[in-house]
Design a protein around this ligand. Structure first.
Ligand SMILES: Nc1nc2c(c(=O)[nH]1)N[C@H]1C(S)=C(S)[C@@H](COP(=O)(O)O)O[C@H]1N2
Ligand SMILES: [Mo]
Length: 513
């Protein structure tokens, strides 16, 4: 009897918690520019544990793991509620206590997120708490009708059956209602979040006529295309939900150690977006041979021009990009002024920046890893000293200076087993802002052979390379290495991504026959 009550009390806790979460989530999901309660908890978790997770963090920030974090949060809360509610004697007290603690922690997490809709969050959490407590009490009353929260002295069989039926009915409706409301709210929210912003202004005609890329090696089957389509471009960020920015109210501030702080509206920025540059950007978390790298044509305003108008003060040695969701990335001021491509970008491959890539504006700096430069959903550019502050990832164990490392990758043959005959070996090599001068391939530790290079007139992009290979039967190891335009050879020592980027040669094993 005791264990039956224990499990029914536990189930009451689980159902009440689930319903409470459903109410809080559905209500807080209404504003798609704000995180929901559970998303806020997940974002706080990311900020808190990103450092501990280190390389694992890369995985956490991948899209799939974001859903896992949301689902995990639900499961943990429901699990805690089940445990707290299980004791037949202290079910009510423990459950109330737990719900109060989760409510306070949830509210604190929510209110400290930069994009949270505070009034909506307070309403959502209050409604969730009240629903959860009322439902829990009600379910307990059905479980133990005679003496509300105490073990009943005896139970007539018919009464027990009736209670059980009533318990199932209330519990079932609560779960069905929660599932329905949450599914509806999530669908509406997702639709709103996934819709790309309506283009409010046409992009201006580029002031520079960039020469078209003459000889890409796109014709080689399986090679990475020279330009990465927006839909295939890698995405890395700490945003559990992509910030949705309204361009009509958004503005970009340039302040800190400047003589004339600036405020630019979306319209201002679009009108000035006459620079067009093709630049490869890469993530520090990209392993040798990895896919966290992409090449796009960016349109925007030269960062140096905007800074010039603001007037950089003496000693302002760091530029810190701030995003609407609180992310920051800091780089040496010199990188914006040394002649390399450094843009406030508003468009990517001919369309306004996609939401996931930073709409309405982001920074793109050739030759620096994304985490120190490429702030998406940009809201502020702050000029400060190098010592004054650190970007998001620096206290989390990543290097403050982070130039992109010279690297190369084998894309073709795509399969690990191919048939004999002449077949291409091909891939990409990159060292943005310096450029690639040579790519070499070695088969089975044989001599390094120079590969043919695709267009490499632009030092800011990756270079496609190709070597025809007469493949003979057997197992082969293919290796690649690159040399940059400064004459530096690719670092051969295998190193993982932390703290400032992976090194080593990419190799592929291919079985021919
Ligand atoms: N607001 C914001 N901007 C950000 C990040 C982020 O987490 N938040 N991540 C940076 C990192 S680590 C990288 S590698 C690039 C990736 O840009 P992409 O997602 O457009 O490829 O964005 C950078 N800009
Ligand atoms: Mo990154």
């Amino acid at each position: 009897m005791a264990s039956k009550h224990r499990s029914q009390h536990g189930i009451a806790g689980a159902i009440a918690a689930c319903t409470a979460l459903g109410v809080a989530e559905s209500l807080s999901a209404i504003d798609s520019t704000s995180p929901t309660i559970v998303e806020a908890a997940g974002l706080t978790f990311i900020d808190r544990f990103a450092a501990t997770l280190k390389d694992v963090a890369v995985a956490v920030f991948g899209t799939h793991h974001k859903s896992a974090l949301i689902i995990g949060t639900w499961l943990v809360i429901i699990g805690l509620a089940t445990a707290a509610s299980s004791s037949p004697k202290r079910s009510r007290r423990n459950f109330t206590l737990l719900v109060a603690v989760i409510g306070v922690v949830g509210l604190a997490a929510f209110l400290t997120r930069p994009l949270s809709n505070a009034p909506l969050g307070v309403i959502a959490i209050t409604a969730g708490l009240v629903t959860g407590l009322v439902l829990h009490r009600h379910l307990l009353r059905i479980t133990t009708p005679a003496t509300s929260d105490k073990e009943p002295s005896f139970e007539r069989p018919g009464e027990a059956l009736g209670n059980r039926r009533q318990f199932m009915l209330v519990a079932g409706s609560a779960i069905a209602g929660t599932a329905g409301a949450t599914a509806l709210a999530t669908t509406v929210r997702r639709r709103s979040l996934n819709s790309e912003p309506a283009v409010t202004a046409p992009l201006p005609t580029p002031s520079t006529s960039t020469p078209p890329i003459e000889n890409t090696l796109d014709g080689i089957d399986g090679i990475t295309p020279f330009i990465t389509p927006n839909s295939d471009f890698y995405r890395i960020d700490t945003a559990l939900v992509i910030p949705k920015v309204d361009p009509s109210t958004w503005s970009l501030t340039i302040d800190g150690m400047v003589d004339r702080p600036q405020t630019l509206t979306y319209q201002d920025l679009i009108e000035a977006s006459t620079e067009v540059e093709t630049v490869t950007i890469a993530c520090v978390s990209n392993e040798v041979g990895g896919n966290l790298v992409g090449n796009a044509t960016w349109q925007g305003v030269r960062l140096a021009d905007v800074l010039d108008r603001a007037g950089i003060q003496q000693g302002a040695s760091q530029i810190v990009g701030h995003s609407v969701d609180g992310f920051t990335a800091g780089m040496p001021t010199a990188t914006a002024l040394d002649g390399r491509v450094a843009l406030i970008a508003t468009a990517m491959n001919g369309t306004p920046l996609p939401q996931r890539h930073g709409f309405p504006a982001r920074l793109i700096v050739s030759g620096l890893f994304g985490y120190v430069s490429a702030t998406k959903w940009l809201s502020r550019i702050e000029l400060t000293t190098w010592e004054a502050t650190d970007g998001y990832w620096i206290p989390r164990g990543w290097s403050k200076e982070a130039p992109v490392k010279l690297t190369s990758r084998i894309d073709v043959p795509q399969r690990s087993s191919i048939s004999a005959g002449v077949t291409p070996i091909a891939g990409i090599a990159l060292s943005p802002s310096i450029g690639i001068s040579r790519v070499e391939v070695s088969i089975n530790d044989g001599p390094w052979q120079s590969a043919e290079l695709g267009d490499h007139s632009n030092d800011n992009t990756w270079v496609q390379w190709h070597l025809p290979w007469h493949a003979t039967n057997g197992d082969h190891i293919i290796r690649v290495r690159a040399i940059d335009n400064d004459g530096n050879a690719q670092d051969e020592t295998p190193r993982s991504v932390a703290p400032d980027g992976a090194t080593g040669y990419h190799r592929r094993r291919v079985t021919v026959g």
